[in-house]
Design a protein around this ligand. Structure first.
Ligand SMILES: Nc1nc2c(ncn2[C@@H]2O[C@H](COP(=O)(O)OP(=O)(O)OP(=O)(O)O)[C@@H](O)[C@H]2O)c(=O)[nH]1
Ligand SMILES: [Mg+2]
Length: 351
């Protein structure tokens, strides 16, 4: 029993954490160490230690062993990944500056601080990419306020990989793929639904997270445009086939720190409520689910904790969506008492 616990807690063979001591890599808390919570098996075929093994081997013979870059993955690399592990896909959509990359970076930073939503970070194929997206938010970038590098159109579609494991050990690991793309591409697609089929991340998604930019909502001049952008995106994605009856869509208002401190907070809340009601009326019947969430991924003034509001979203991503299938409408008129019995039978008792 003790042996199982040892294997699960740290994948470094010589690390004292495995026997109840401190982290040999110097991480504090120990959960932020990329080796923590991993099994030796994890490191054989992927992750930080696996990457280091390949790096060492490649210095011996560069032609034989491919070197994993740790950068964000593209579609082909994700296909290779899926050959050996399933993953849950979270597609993050939004206009320029709406907060897509910051959400990914904040999610990563939150895991580096320790367990998040009863889960620990169990490795990533894209550590270098995540570090680059997080750098401007750190003090050593020399910036007075945290920031995020802009995503350019030429980067195309990027996937960021997170392997997470429940703190209730031993527990199976879950692999999440979070997407990122330049907001400009989404702006073009919502103006022209013929471009939607090129957004392959929509049909692949287990969750489509559509960002409503809180900074634009906070400004009376840009407010209507920000709401219109979300509405237009939903319409274009549905018309262009990117979203379907099976799609689970989460409209997430970002930068909520700017709204909850706003002098017109109450009026804005009323406008948002009316807007969401209209979205539900227009689009909910065409989707599996349409829900609304609020986050402040990274309040630059630090009044809201990092990744504020992201925890319930993350828990939702980890929970497989149960599709409730509506019973087929029975054709014809039901005349006999036996037929009518069908109408009186509770749905859950029907085969
Ligand atoms: N106040 C506040 N600002 C935020 C928050 N999240 C992100 N921002 C800021 O919003 C700006 C845009 O964020 P990005 O994550 O780069 O937006 P994006 O959607 O990736 O934009 P593109 O890459 O251009 O498509 C940055 O200056 C962030 O610092 C937040 O929770 N609160
Ligand atoms: Mg970006």
């Amino acid at each position: 029993m003790a042996e199982v616990e040892t294997q699960v807690r740290c994948s470094k063979a010589d690390c004292p954490v495995a026997s109840g001591g401190g982290c040999s890599e110097g991480y504090d808390p120990i959960q932020s160490c990329p080796y923590y919570g991993r099994t030796a098996d994890d490191d054989v075929d992927e992750g930080v230690a696996g990457f280091e093994d390949r790096e060492r081997a490649s210095s011996v013979d560069d032609d034989v062993v491919p070197l994993a870059s740790g950068e964000a993955l593209d579609g082909l690399e994700v296909d290779v990944f899926l050959r050996w592990r399933p993953a849950t896909f979270v597609t993050i959509v939004g206009d320029r500056d709406s907060g897509k990359t910051t959400l990914v970076a904040a999610f990563y930073d939150r895991f580096l601080r320790g367990p998040f939503a009863d889960h620990i970070f169990a490795g990533s194929r894209t550590l270098v990419g995540l570090e680059k997206r997080s750098h401007y938010a750190r003090a050593d970038s020399g910036r007075a306020k945290p920031d995020t590098p802009r995503t350019s159109i030429s980067e195309g579609l990027s996937y960021f990989h997170f392997a997470v494991r429940s703190v209730a050990l031993p527990a199976p690991r879950t692999d999440l793929m979070l997407t990122d793309r330049a907001g400009e591409t989404y702006r073009q697609a919502r103006s022209n639904s013929e471009l939607v089929p090129q957004l392959t991340e929509l049909s692949q998604a287990d969750r489509v997270v559509l960002l409503l930019d809180g900074a634009r909502i906070a400004d009376a001049v840009t407010r209507a445009g920000a709401m219109q952008a979300v509405r237009q995106s939903l319409r274009a994605f549905l018309d262009g086939g990117g979203l379907r009856h099976e799609s689970v869509v989460q409209v997430v208002t970002t930068k909520i720190d700017l709204l909850e401190r706003h002098p017109e907070q109450a009026a804005i809340r009323d406008q948002l409520t009316a807007f969401k009601d209209r979205l539900v009326q227009s689009f909910a019947p065409r989707l599996a689910s349409l829900t609304f969430w609020d986050i402040a991924a990274r309040d630059p003034d630090g009044l809201y904790p990092p990744a504020y509001g992201v925890e319930p979203l993350f828990r939702n991503w980890l929970t497989p969506y149960e599709v409730t299938v509506a019973p087929a409408v029975l054709p014809g008129t039901l005349l006999s008492e036996f037929d009518k019995l069908l109408l009186r039978t509770p749905l859950e008792t029907l085969p």
